[in-house]
Unconditional design. Structure first.
Length: 95
């Protein structure tokens, strides 16, 4: 049976980070901010979740909540400001 995960970038720690090592995608302590002329804008703050094999996740939230930024980080298009993104146990930004 497939398990489900709902990820809401506007909520802190929306899915607890489980350290049992069976997650296909693991996000730990993820932060992203953009520097603008007016100062820094925090888009994602302390996001933690696992998406396990044979499961699916839904990312939802209002416009401007960081959904696309999160997907860009997960796909390798945009590095996080801080945190770890592991896919199959390999850190996407450090390995």
């Amino acid at each position: 049976m497939n398990s489900q995960a709902v990820i809401n970038p506007t909520k802190n720690n929306s899915i607890p980070n489980k350290s049992n090592g069976d997650g296909t995608i693991r996000v730990s302590n993820l932060h992203k901010q953009f520097d603008t002329k007016g100062g820094s804008v925090k888009v994602l703050e302390d996001i933690n979740f696992d998406i396990k094999n044979n499961s699916f996740a839904i990312i939802f939230g209002p416009s401007g909540s960081g959904k696309t930024t999160l997907l860009n980080i997960l796909s390798g298009l945009e590095p996080p400001t801080q945190g770890i993104v592991e896919i199959e146990g390999r850190d996407l930004y450090r390995d």
